[in-house]
Ligand binder design. Structure first.
Ligand code: ATP
Ligand code: MG
Length: 607
């Protein structure tokens, strides 16, 4: 059966898992870590770095290191979230060609799906190294509250990375799958997922025989550990300003150091009551004097700084319970997911709201990837008994006259689902009708997210009102929206032109995919070369050590001199191949080097 990996593409960390012999397991990366930072960098030499190596050089290469790209995926340039990111990020964010967002790394612009694709590709490589075979199918998770644009952009990222994303599933749902997997429980659970960038709450009914039914979901895709870090940074920056009248934000390197220190302090305060933030030589005073930042942060101050953020998650929980038409007492288990749920204040806020101790039995960093792997295995194995019924987090509708939002599919409807609506022409001989499709909860169209402009073209010429077009709005199991149209009288499918609002065009995706593939080939070639070089150099070293001895022993015979000549030639050829960085040629010489080394050892051993 074909192997399907599950990838949790996180704001801060990503994780990949697979089901092996019926058991879901997380795949460690080469460093042995089970999660990989979702960071991408380009070095001065133009080399791409992903994961831990990107994180390790973030401070010295702040401008060319991307973190939290997921907060930008599928967003429009003019959105408030993008404005926020532009103002606070240490890397450069610019406007793209479709009102979208591009990130500049060493003078080259990358789309956000391209950046996410680098992380996905890394996860693919981690899985391939572990499995020893290539992997092409994946289930990728997204925050439950992601809208269609964000889901579509994530799918594009998968495609750019060379992955066939067979399903997109919601992170809290994946967590619930992993929590309930193989336990045959019947329970109503709430999954509270507070990660680095996003917050989600989902309420599910887990039924016997592997039925997972989501009843309601909600969240905030711009609310996470990043925002709590930002509060600490603000606190540090304003304290420093008061003391020295210098704005640390002007300096990208200082900003990156602050970010690091803020996150570290936050994590420490989950286990201790106070911690010291210590950043020597953070900036120069301008009078050739280095300034240091040193401040004590207590858990209480952190809780005050982040109080409203925690409160926001609780408000969303309250709303979701109402949407699910359930009382707190009907929630039998609250499952905590995401790194932020290690913060004591968050645990106590959740406990106070649900009036029960939350379950900390699942691994907050790994459970989402495990759930994705479980879903992946179930999709390719028809013997698996598992039914997953998720919902759409946003209402789907269209813009009507007067800028109103007409809801067609309500929030929390089980997906896949569809809804049809008849449109008629309003003028004689009208040949085109434009439909603005949007997602959101507001009655005012402009407050919702525009998904696309669908233009029905080439309509029959007829007096107004006589052409009736049936339009079908569909949300598939990935939560992705599509629109089809049919002329009711002729029964003909009507063509629809979709104007991407912030997504990439097919051609762009194709080019980015080719680039990503080239990059992977380059990387594989480099790795292959490095491995061959290492092996060859080791052999050369040992041969050279033996040379003087061997020469002494065999130089008296013609045969011996000949053997030495040959050995020198092999070593020279290997050296030249290393010099040329020619992996195949180096590999070719390894056999000769091995033979020579064995012969030399034999000669020396005999005497
Ligand atoms: N011990 C801890 N105390 C407090 N916060 C922590 C701790 N450990 C990790 N975190 C925070 O958890 C966040 C990362 O969580 P996680 O890895 O679940 O997020 P993610 O999956 O990358 O993001 P998202 O799901 O939002 O896309 C970071 O903000 C990190 O600082
Ligand atoms: Mg997460």
């Amino acid at each position: 059966m074909e192997k399907v990996i599950g990838i949790d593409l996180g704001t801060t960390n990503s994780c990949v898992a697979i089901v092996e012999n019926g058991t879901p397991v997380v795949i460690p990366n080469r460093g042995g870590y089970k999660t990989t930072p979702s960071m991408v960098a380009v070095t001065e030499a133009g080399k791409r770095l992903v994961g831990h190596i990107a994180k390790r050089q973030a401070i010295t290469n702040a401008e060319n290191t991307v973190y939290a790209a997921k907060r930008l995926i599928g967003r429009k340039w003019n959105s408030p979230q993008v404005k926020n990111a532009v103002a606070t990020s240490s890397y450069r964010i610019v406007e793209g060609p479709h009102n979208d967002v591009r990130i500049v790394l060493r003078d080259k612009e990358f789309s956000v799906p391209e950046i996410s694709a680098m992380v996905l590709q890394e996860m693919k490589v981690i899985a391939e190294d572990y499995l020893g075979e290539s992997v092409s199918k994946a289930v990728v998770t997204v925050p439950a509250y992601f809208n269609d644009n964000q889901r579509q952009a994530t799918k594009d990222a998968g495609e750019i990375a060379g992955l066939d994303v067979i399903r997109i599933i919601n992170e809290p749902t994946a967590a619930a799958l992993s929590y309930g997997f193989g336990r045959n429980i019947e329970k109503t659970v709430a999954v509270y997922d507070f990660g680095g960038g996003t917050f989600d709450i989902s309420i599910l009914e887990i039924g016997a025989h592997g039925v997972f039914k989501v009843i309601a979901t909600a969240g905030d895709t711009f609310l996470g550990g990043e925002d709590i870090d930002a509060r600490i940074i603000d606190w540090l920056v304003s304290g420093f300003k008061e003391e020295h009248n210098i704005d640390l934000r002007q300096d990208r390197m200082a900003l990156q150091r602050l970010k690091d220190a803020a996150e570290k302090a936050k994590c420490e305060l989950s286990s201790v009551r106070e911690t010291e933030v210590n950043l020597p030589f953070i900036i120069s005073s301008g009078r050739n004097e280095a300034l240091h930042l040193q401040r004590t942060l207590t858990r209480q101050t952190l809780e005050e700084l982040s109080e409203d953020l925690v409160e926001r998650t609780v408000d969303i929980c309250k709303q979701t319970l109402e949407d699910a038409k359930l009382g707190k007492d009907e929630i039998e288990e609250v499952v905590l997911v995401g790194g932020m749920t290690r913060m004591p204040k968050i645990q106590s806020a959740v406990q106070a709201f649900f009036e029960k101790e939350p379950n900390k039995g699942v691994h907050p960093d790994e459970v989402v990837a495990l759930g994705a792997a479980i879903q992946g295995a179930a999709l390719v194995d028809d013997k698996q008994e598992m039914v997953l019924l998720d919902v759409t987090p946003h209402a789907l509708g269209i813009m009507t006259f007067g800028s109103y939002f007409e809801e067609l599919i309500p929030q929390n409807t089980t997906v896949p689902t569809h809804r049809t609506k008849i449109f008629t022409t309003s003028r004689d001989n009208q040949t085109a009708v434009k439909i603005l499709v949007m997602q959101g909860e507001s009655q005012r169209a402009e407050e919702n997210e525009l998904l696309g402009e669908f233009i029905l073209t080439g309509l029959r010429r007829a007096p107004k009102g006589q052409v009736e077009i049936e339009v079908t709005f569909e949300i598939n199991a990935d939560g992705i929206v599509s629109v089809r149209a049919k002329d009711l009288e002729t029964g003909l499918e009507q063509s629809i032109q979709v104007t991407a609002t912030s997504g990439l065009t097919r051609e762009e995706i194709k080019t980015m995919m080719d680039n990503a593939k080239d990059d992977l080939v380059d990387r594989r070639t480099t790795e292959e070369f490095e491995a061959a070089k290492q092996e060859a150099e080791k052999l050369i070293g040992e041969i050279e050590k033996l040379f003087p001895q061997v020469q002494q022993i065999v130089a008296s015979s013609d045969f011996g001199r000949d053997a030495i000549e040959k050995a020198r030639a092999i070593v020279e050829k290997a050296r030249a191949a290393i010099e040329r960085r020619d992996a195949a040629a180096v590999k070719e010489q390894i056999e000769g080097l091995t033979r020579t080394h064995r012969m030399f050892k034999g000669v020396v051993a005999k005497t």
